[in-house]
Every structure is written in structure tokens, then in C-alpha cells.
Ligand binder design. Structure first.
Ligand code: HEM
Length: 527
């Protein structure tokens, strides 16, 4: 069973680029065998080292350039290879090949991450967890770049750099590493009512998973499925762990961080090594395009989820992680996910957060990975071959034959042709769009508290107590009394008793805020 699952097309492709140094002779990068790896070349026994020493120079030069920038967010991660298996044919909704052939197995690479901490930070931080999946489909790579919480802090990509600057360590002294325990984070949150639903999730036990194998995954945004006839459905993606959802308590998280800050990384690695393969049910919530406006929230608003009692999650497949990476840097660090990597049958919605993400990922990867050819790094290669007229650039690997690289082209110089739709050529879903060009938030995005209330009320009493304790703990690190007061004012729109209990512990008043249920006025930074 183990060999079967491990034996997939992507694994075979990776094998072509995998080597082992076992029992080999040491060489330079040019393949020259090295006879002395202990001493540099010197002029005389106690003399200066010689510039001529190409072996020393190569070794040190390569070492000097070992580091690449860590991801600007989601820097700390753990990855694994696996298989996605489809159980239900979704052809009624989508023409994506990997979702229309029952029992089809698609190779995947998954990377879990924390968001705010640096690459060496603790696994047990109170934080959102990234849940990113690269499906190596026969129609190209499909990346589902999600999180372990179904909603997000902000409604528009314009706010993302501000959110991240607020949550990252403060710029003067680079502290604190802990995501949510400081003035700048809570100042920003207190001025962004749209973040309150996500704050309920972040202060809940969901933010401290017991294991990466025991957390859910969500696509967050509404995406679109498009079938052969061109009909569209909105779709929300879900991964539900077969082991159930489990968290640790905050005191446990702190104790574990002290003893083993690699706790989640180690747990995932050991489970896979032991053949205890982590598994998730893959499910979808499907909404016909014409029902877009049937909800009391906007499907395009990423601070809202679609309640499962309104649209049930239909389980259609299984995700199983079966193999640890051979090399952390080559695979987990160099993998480049992008919500814009889609295949025919899947398309974007107009969610303004998603729309901004579509720009950000390739842009950041150009500087993180350093070359426009990062799609040629083995972990990023699609299983089908790539043919286009792009050429050259730093570290180009592919050797493309032929005399020309442009289109249209009558020379027959080896150029690829456009694919018709019937040949699998991608076409964007034809959606009618009209309206004035405006820089404004839609009025349908204005209710910031109903789902935050729904989430808080869904918690059991011990969970509510944990959430309250988390708010008190995190806000007790905030040194500006007005910021504490503003957060408590926001909580009062969710639950009065929660607000007053937190206020009492923090020694502040519950004051009525001026801007309930709406985005802030432009001069809010003077609030
Ligand atoms: C990583 C940008 C919102 C999930 C990243 C990275 C950037 C970024 C620049 C680093 C990528 C890299 O270096 O390879 C943004 C922007 C957002 C946004 C601009 C909003 C406008 C979100 C949301 C989600 C999300 C809403 C979840 C649905 C992730 C995940 C990763 C990531 C999981 C880590 C991928 C990996 O493991 O390599 N994001 N992000 N991001 N983002 Fe976002």
C-alpha cells in the first residue's frame, strides 16, 4: 500500500532530480574529485592562503549565498507529498479533469504554515495556519492556497500590507515575535471592525491546533466552478481531518513551546515516517450563480462564511499525505503556491481580497526565489510539459530547440500553437460586468458583527472561557489604554457579557464606539 501510494507521476519526476551522496567521493561543483577537504592552500606551512585556491573559494562562495529571503508571511512551514483521490464525479459543476473521474489519484504537495512568526518561531503560537495544496493535475498545476480558518481579517487587498505591518514585530526593536500580543496589532484591529469575526476565530482554541493533522482547511474565498456547458456555480472548499479537530489549551501551548518549538513539524514528520498517513475529507459547498444574492451577506466578502446549515458541505474526495520531503529547502522552502494557478473548470470570483492576491504571489516569488524561471524548480514543475515562447532569464533550465520564439509565426521554427477549448485551452468564465470605476467598499460588505456573534454563540462554555482568557492575555500586553478600550468597544457589538468581563480584567470601561457596523471614516486614524 505504501509503495502504491508513493508511486505517482510527480514522485517519478522528482526522482530524476534527486541524488544521494552515500558512498560517493567528494567533488567540486565542476565534478573534480577533492583530495583534501580539511586545509586551504597556503604559501608555506604558516603562510597566507592563496587566491588561487579555487576549492576554498567555491566552498565559501556557495556558503555565503545559502540563504534566500524567508516568505514575507507564512515563513515557518512544514510540507509533505501526498495523493488526492476523487470519490464523486463533479462534472455537473466543473470540467476540471481531476474532479470528474471517480477514483482518479492526483499527486499533491501540501505546505502548512504559521502566518506571522519568522522561519525559526515556535509552532505553538496563537496564529492562523496556512493550508496550501499544489495539485499536479494533467491539465497543469492547480493551487488551493487556504487557511485553517474559513474567514479573513480584511475585505480588500488594499489593507493587506497594513495588516501584516501591524501583526509583524514592531519596526524599531523587532519585538514581539508573538503575533497578537502587542500595541500595533490591536491598534489596527480596534480600528478595523471588519476584522472582528476573524478575531473571534483567532482568540478561540482553533488558533492553537494540537497537530497539523487535526485541523481543518478552507479555501476562504468563494471560487467558481465552470462546467462543460459554461454554467457557473460558486464554490467554497473544505478539508475536514479524519482525526477530528483538536486543539491544545493555552497553558499547554506555552509549555510545549518551551520544551519543543518544532512540535507540529515533528509530529507531522513522525506520523508520515510511521505510516500513520494524515487524511482529510475534501468537501465543497456549491451555490448556483443565479443564487448569488440569496444570502444576508455578500458571497464576495471574505470575512463571511456560508453557514453549513444553509449550504451543506458535500464530501467528494480524500487528501492523504504519504511521503516526507527528501530535502526541506529544495521542496518545502522553494515551493511556490499561487491562488492564480488554476485549471479549466475553476475560476475566480470578484472577491476584492482574492483579486489582490492574484497579483501578489508571483510578484513576491520573483524576489524570494530570485528568477523568472522558478517554475522550473523540480517541486514547482507541472507533470505535463510546458511549451511557450518565453525564453532566457536567470537560471533557465529547459533547452528549447528551434529558430524562433514568437507567435503568430509562419516560419515553422518550432513554436507551440494555441489550444482550442475542445483541446483543453483555458478560457475565462464569461461574466457580465458593469458599473462605474470607483474606489469604495460595497454596501453589501457592511455587517461586521452578525457572523462574529454566530461564532461566539456556537462555542461551548469552556470554549467561551478560553476565548475570554485569550483576549485578556493578549490585550494585557497592550500598553495604550485607548486601544484596549476600543477593542472592548468592538467586543460589545458581539456580546455584552464578553465585553464587560474582558474590560473588568483589563481595568477599562466599556464605552460605546462611534462607528458600529461600518467601515471607518477616512479620518479614523485620529480616533
Ligand atoms: C503566502 C500575500 C491573503 C494564504 C503568502 C505570501 C504572500 C501572500 C506575499 C508569500 C508567498 C511566497 O513567498 O511564496 C497575500 C495577500 C493577501 C493574502 C496580498 C491578501 C490580499 C491570504 C489569504 C489566505 C492566504 C486570504 C488564505 C485563504 C496564504 C498561504 C500562504 C501565503 C497558505 C503560504 C503558502 C506557502 O505555504 O508557501 N501570501 N496573502 N493568504 N498566503 Fe497569502
Amino acid at each position: 500500500m505504501k509503495t502504491n501510494k508513493q508511486n505517482n507521476e510527480k514522485a517519478d519526476q522528482l526522482k530524476l532530480h534527486t541524488t544521494s551522496n552515500d558512498n560517493e567521493k567528494l567533488t567540486t561543483n565542476q565534478g573534480l574529485k577533492i583530495n583534501n577537504n580539511q586545509d586551504s592552500l597556503k604559501a608555506g606551512e604558516r603562510g597566507p592562503s592563496l587566491l588561487e585556491d579555487f576549492i576554498l573559494r567555491e566552498k565559501i562562495t556557495h556558503f555565503d549565498h545559502e540563504r534566500i529571503p524567508e516568505r514575507v508571511v507564512h515563513a515557518r512551514g512544514s510540507g509533505a507529498h501526498g495523493i488526492f483521490k476523487l470519490h464523486k464525479n463533479l462534472a455537473e459543476y466543473t470540467k476540471a479533469g481531476f474532479l470528474t473521474q471517480v477514483d482518479k489519484e492526483t499527486p499533491v504537495f501540501v505546505r502548512f504554515s504559521t502566518v506571522a512568526g519568522s522561519k525559526g518561531s515556535t509552532d505553538l503560537a496563537r496564529d492562523v495556519r496556512g493550508f496550501a495544496i499544489k495539485f499536479y493535475t494533467e491539465e497543469g498545476n492547480y493551487d488551493l492556497v487556504g487557511n485553517n480558518m474559513p474567514v479573513f481579517f480584511i475585505q480588500d487587498a488594499m489593507k493587506f500590507p497594513d495588516l501584516v505591518h501591524a501583526v509583524k514585530p514592531e519596526p524599531d526593536n523587532e519585538i514581539p515575535q508573538a503575533a497578537s500580543a502587542h500595541d500595533t496589532f490591536w491598534d489596527f484591529i480596534s480600528l478595523m471592525p471588519e476584522s472582528m469575526h476573524m478575531i473571534m476565530w483567532l482568540m478561540s482554541d482553533r488558533a492553537i491546533p494540537r497537530s497539523l493533522r487535526m485541523m481543518e482547511g478552507f479555501g476562504v474565498h468563494s471560487y467558481k466552478f465552470i462546467n462543460e456547458e459554461g454554467k457557473a456555480h460558486f464554490v467554497k472548499f473544505h478539508f475536514k481531518p479524519k482525526l477530528g479537530v483538536h486543539s491544545v489549551a493555552w497553558n499547554e501551548a506555552q509549555a510545549i513551546s518551551g520544551v519543543d518549538s518544532d512540535f507540529h513539524k515533528r509530529d507531522l514528520w513522525e506520523a508520515i515516517e510511521n505510516g500513520d498517513y494524515p487524511e482529510w475529507d475534501f468537501g465543497v459547498q456549491l451555490i448556483p450563480e443565479e443564487d448569488e444574492h440569496q444570502f444576508d451577506f455578500d458571497l464576495l466578502d471574505p470575512t463571511k462564511l456560508v453557514p453549513e446549515d444553509e449550504v451543506p458541505v458535500e464530501i467528494v474526495g480524500t487528501l492523504t499525505l504519504t511521503r516526507n520531503p527528501d530535502n526541506f529547502f529544495a521542496e518545502t522552502e522553494q515551493v511556490a503556491f499561487h491562488p492564480g494557478h488554476i485549471v479549466p473548470g475553476i475560476d475566480f470570483s470578484n472577491d476584492p481580497l482574492l483579486q489582490g492576491r492574484l497579483f501578489s504571489y508571483t510578484d513576491t516569488q520573483l524576489s524570494r526565489l530570485g528568477s523568472p524561471n522558478f517554475h522550473e524548480i523540480p517541486i514547482n514543475r507541472s507533470v505535463n510539459t510546458v511549451h511557450n515562447n518565453q525564453r532566457d532569464g536567470h537560471m533557465r533550465q529547459q533547452i528549447v530547440k528551434g529558430k524562433s520564439s514568437y507567435d503568430p509565426n509562419s516560419t515553422g521554427g518550432g513554436c507551440p500553437f494555441q489550444a482550442m477549448m475542445s483541446e483543453g485551452g483555458f478560457t475565462s468564465h464569461q461574466e457580465r460586468v458593469s458599473g462605474a470605476k470607483i474606489r469604495e467598499r460595497s454596501k453589501s460588505f457592511v455587517d461586521h458583527y452578525s457572523q462574529a456573534k454566530l461564532f461566539y454563540n456556537s462555542q461551548s462554555n469552556p470554549e467561551k472561557q478560553h476565548l475570554q482568557n485569550a483576549l485578556v492575555f493578549e490585550l494585557s500586553k497592550v500598553t495604550i489604554p485607548e486601544v484596549r478600550e476600543r477593542v472592548v468597544g468592538q467586543l460589545a457589538f458581539i456580546n455584552n457579557s464578553l465585553a464587560s468581563k474582558v474590560a473588568e480584567k483589563l481595568g477599562v470601561q466599556v464605552k460605546k464606539l462611534k462607528w458600529p457596523n461600518q467601515s471607518l471614516p477616512a479620518d479614523s486614524n485620529k480616533a
